[in-house]
Ligand binder design. Structure first.
Ligand code: SAM
Length: 187
């Protein structure tokens, strides 16, 4: 497997940011929280990452640029047209061999998938977070990390409470923009 071309990845990231700034609105984690996602991925050194909510592929690329040789991402997107755009962006960035896009509803994927992950990034419809939480915890190895976007939003109050008091998690909420949570699965 060839090394990743970080310049190519960065150029596709800037392209998506410009598209979104120009008014082609689509929710992306954005450069500030994206840098945090990159940093967290660097710290975890995951071998296998699960992303729920691919979107245009922006957050997947932020994760990909931190991955070490041999690591990979499985990303799940229920909207086929959006998933096709992400696949094109992954090709442009030269990461298509390490990112597997699954076109499926996240909950259905979690139910049938048998893998364990070192890191899960959750960024789907907000009302699904709490419903998906137990499934995500079950799919994390001990010491694995769940990162969730937008957690300071009012509709994610119950999710915040759930991750902060969950017996299997140690969680912290980072007050950056509309919030990112980082939870480690314990024994
Ligand atoms: C906020 S966007 C993802 C943005 C992306 N993570 C990023 O930062 O570049 C949410 C995406 O999740 C998808 N989505 C929402 N609910 C979903 C679900 N239950 N299962 C799978 N995909 C879902 C939407 O179609 C949308 O593309």
């Amino acid at each position: 497997m060839a090394m990743l071309n970080i310049e190519k990845i960065t150029s596709v990231l800037r392209g998506i940011e410009q598209q979104v700034e120009r008014g082609n609105y689509f929710p992306i984690i954005g450069p500030v929280k994206g840098e945090l996602l990159y940093l967290v991925t660097l710290l975890i050194r995951p071998k296998h990452v699960l992303e729920l909510g691919t979107g245009l592929g922006y957050s997947g690329l932020q994760i990909a640029r931190a991955l070490r040789y041999g690591a990979r991402i499985t990303t799940v997107e229920e909207d086929e047209a959006i998933a096709e755009i992400a696949i094109q962006n992954f090709r442009k960035a030269g990461v298509e061999r390490i990112i597997n896009v699954i076109m499926e509803e996240a909950g259905e994927f979690i139910e049938r998938d048998q893998s364990l992950y070192d890191m899960i990034f959750m960024d789907v419809e907000k009302h699904r977070y709490l419903q998906l939480l137990e499934g995500c915890i079950a799919k994390l190895r001990i010491g694995g990390v769940l990162v969730a976007d937008n957690v300071l939003r009012s509709e994610l109050r119950s999710f915040r409470q759930a991750i902060l008091k969950h017996p299997k998690l140690v969680s912290s909420i980072i007050h950056l923009e509309d919030g990112v949570s980082v939870s480690v699965k314990k024994d």
